[in-house]
Every structure is written in structure tokens, then in C-alpha cells.
Design a protein around this ligand. Structure first.
Ligand code: AHG
Ligand code: MN
Ligand code: MN
Length: 375
């Protein structure tokens, strides 16, 4: 077996995330020299050649919908919007009422704005054209309106994920599904909203990743995490270990490797798994780590959706210096076949994802696994 390179014993300077420092964050949020999301968007528009302002308006529409959903999430324990709506979504899973509300709020905001030609949503079987006669909006949006919905009833962080593509310039006539089936590498923007201990909006337009925290007292997202870079490596791994028995051998060995005692590589690592992809991803983005949703017996293609979950987060992590892999190649290069397609996900700090990929290829550190047959 080829020898693998182990991660450094201590984080390299590049892996020290400066954005978690309390001083920096509080300066942005306490009324010092802060910048609102709207100011930031306008500044970006001004430096983008040929910008017509449509994209800025779309981001603004999304941020307004995010505030509305945040309000609904905050009220969820108080008013009767909890529990199952009784409908089964296209994935065969029970929709919670907040899923439906979030879907409707985002669709409504984009329909009102007029910048979008077609929407694909995890909560809707078909792609939704904004107009039946033609395709005037310049953008296509794919979204998971409420991620982690099984956590709604137990007051645990949830999120929204969105992915934005351009409508092809030569598009004429009504929008068709094919417009939505673009590979992730063609995204023009992607982001997520985290409804956590605070509400955050994090997004990229392919020029770095920036995070904004909602100040509820003034109703504005403020730039709190400029130019986010994910640590080169980390100590946290996030995976549903209940599926252990149906994983590939290489993945079992990778997890056992992370659990082994080895001070030189700071092992054993730490498991963190919330069950809300947005929340697990956000923590690992800031602190360093890997999130894995692999193929297993029940979900032979994994569980997460390529167009709503894997692609947008892959774009964000690459822009933050990380890697997103299917275990067999770059997520952003997967050619989509269907709107609700699923895809295995290995995403996070670059050294950790490289290590996972190596284990999946059968490249184990030979000395540690000598004489074992795996777990
Ligand atoms: P959603 O609520 O949009 O259906 O997504 C749930 C996803 C993801 O957020 C989470 O990481 C994963 O499902 C959890 O799945 P398991 O319960 O199988 O671990
Ligand atoms: Mn989801
Ligand atoms: Mn969802």
C-alpha cells in the first residue's frame, strides 16, 4: 500500500481561523464600524463589470425571506405552526409545517422580485417556472428551504441552503427542467442561512466566503465573518455512526483511524453530529473538521441531495479553502441527471477530506492496520 502523509500535529498558521475571535465579532455587531449585508452587496455590485443590479436584488430578496423564516422559527414554540403537515414530500419523508412555510416564503420573495426564471426546491416534485409564457428572469435558484427539519420540534439549529445559476443567454420560450440541471461548477452563487443561537447568512459569489449575523434589534444582517477560510485540518468529524455496519471498508477504517490514540496527529478526534447539515457544516467550516454522509445500504447514493445540499456547500467550502468530494471525485463536477438526485458527501478541511478519499481508495497507513481486517 502507498504510504499516506499524516496531518500536522498542530494547526499550521493558515489553519488558525481568525474569525472566531470575540473581539472582531463584537466590533462588527455592537454598533462600531459595521457593514450591513445590503451595503456589502452594493459594494460588490459596483466592482462587477456589466452588473445590472438584478443579482443584487435577488440576494436581497433571499435575505428578506431568510428574516421572515427566522421570525417563524423563533415563534415556532409559541404558535401552532409545529408538527407534521400531513403531506409526504417528493423524497417520501414527512414534511414538517415549517418546511412548507419556508418553501412558500422563499418562492414568494423570488416571484415578487422577478429576477428568477425557475426554482427547484426539495419540497416540490417539479421545477417551478416563475412565468408560464417565457423565461425572463436571469437566474435559476435551487434550494433546501428548511434543512434539519427533524430537529424543529426539539429546538435544535436548522437552516436554509440555496444555489444560484444563470439562465443561459440564448434561452427563449418557457423554462424547462433542463435549465436547472447544471453541474455545480457552473453556480454563480451559493449560500446558507443558519437559524441557530443567532441567525447567520453565509454566502459566496466565487470570490471568497462572507458571513453575516442578524442583529434582531435593527433587523439587519451585519458583516461579522469577512473572508472565511476553513482550517487546513481539524479535530472534528461528523457522521451518523448508526449506519456503521453498512459502510464501505475504507470508510470504516478511516473512522477507526480518527478514533485511534496518537498524540502526534492529535488523535483521537472528536465526534460532533447534530443531524442538521447546515449546522454541522457551519461549525466545521469555522473550527475545522469533516462532515460525511456516505452511501449505505438504505441510501445507496447517500442521503443528501446533489442540487440543494451537496453542490451549494461544495461551492462554499472550495471558496473557503476546503474540499468537497463524493469519495470518488469532485462534487462540483457531478453531472446532474435529476432534480432530486442524491450524492455521497465528504466535505470540510482539505487535509481531512484528502485523507478520507485516500482511505476510500484503499490507501491506509500500513503500520496502524497491520494484521487487522478492519473493524
Ligand atoms: P432535510 O431536513 O432537509 O431533509 O435534511 C436532513 C439531512 C441533513 O440535514 C442531515 O445532516 C441529515 O439529513 C441527517 O440524516 P440522518 O438522520 O440519516 O443522519
Ligand atoms: Mn436538508
Ligand atoms: Mn429540507
Amino acid at each position: 500500500m502507498p504510504r499516506m502523509e499524516l496531518p500536522p500535529a498542530h494547526p499550521s498558521p493558515a489553519s488558525v481561523n481568525v474569525h472566531t475571535g470575540a473581539g472582531r465579532q463584537s466590533a462588527a455587531v455592537t454598533g462600531g464600524a459595521f457593514k450591513t449585508l445590503e451595503q456589502f452587496i452594493i459594494e460588490q455590485q459596483d466592482v462587477t463589470a456589466g452588473s445590472t443590479g438584478q443579482f443584487s436584488r435577488l440576494l436581497r430578496d433571499i435575505s428578506v425571506a431568510a428574516k421572515i423564516v427566522n421570525r417563524d422559527v423563533r415563534k415556532a414554540g409559541l404558535v401552532d405552526i409545529m408538527g407534521d403537515s400531513g403531506d409526504i414530500n417528493v423524497q417520501g419523508e414527512i414534511q414538517k409545517k415549517l418546511d412548507v412555510l419556508a418553501h412558500e416564503e422563499f418562492v414568494r420573495a423570488m416571484r415578487r422580485g422577478g429576477e428568477v426564471c425557475l426554482i427547484g426546491s426539495e419540497e416540490h416534485a417539479e421545477a417551478i417556472p416563475m412565468r408560464m409564457d417565457d423565461c425572463s428572469g436571469k437566474y435559476i435558484v435551487l434550494m433546501d428551504p428548511l434543512d434539519g427539519s427533524s430537529n424543529v420540534d426539539v429546538n435544535v439549529s436548522i437552516g436554509t441552503i440555496f444555489s444560484i445559476y444563470k439562465t443561459p443567454d440564448d434561452q427563449t420560450g418557457p423554462a424547462s427542467l433542463e435549465l436547472a440541471l447544471q453541474p455545480g461548477r457552473d453556480q454563480v452563487a451559493a449560500g446558507y442561512v443558519l437559524y441557530g443561537s443567532s441567525c447567520m447568512l453565509v454566502y459566496t459569489t466565487g470570490n471568497g466566503v462572507n458571513g453575516f449575523t442578524l442583529d434582531p434589534s435593527i433587523g439587519e444582517f451585519l458583516l461579522s465573518h469577512p473572508n472565511i477560510r476553513t482550517p487546513e485540518t481539524g479535530k472534528m468529524y461528523s457522521i451518523n455512526e448508526g449506519n456503521y455496519n453498512s459502510w464501505a471498508e475504507g470508510l470504516k477504517r478511516y473512522i477507526k483511524w480518527m478514533q485511534a490514540d496518537d498524540p502526534a496527529t492529535r488523535r483521537p478526534y472528536t465526534t460532533r453530529y447534530i443531524g442538521s447539515f447546515v449546522a454541522d457544516f457551519h461549525r466545521n467550516l469555522i473550527k475545522g473538521g469533516i462532515y460525511i454522509y456516505p452511501a449505505n445500504r438504505r441510501d445507496p447514493e447517500g442521503k443528501l441531495r446533489l442540487m440543494y445540499e451537496a453542490n451549494p456547500m461544495a461551492f462554499i467550502i472550495e471558496q473557503a479553502g476546503g474540499i468537497a468530494s463524493t469519495g470518488n471525485g469532485r462534487i462540483l463536477d457531478v453531472e446532474p441527471r435529476a432534480l432530486h438526485q442524491r450524492c455521497p458527501v465528504f466535505i470540510g478541511s482539505p487535509r481531512m477530506v484528502e485523507m478520507a478519499d485516500a482511505f476510500l481508495r484503499g490507501e491506509y497507513p500500513a503500520d496502524e492496520f497491520a494484521g487487522t481486517q478492519g473493524a
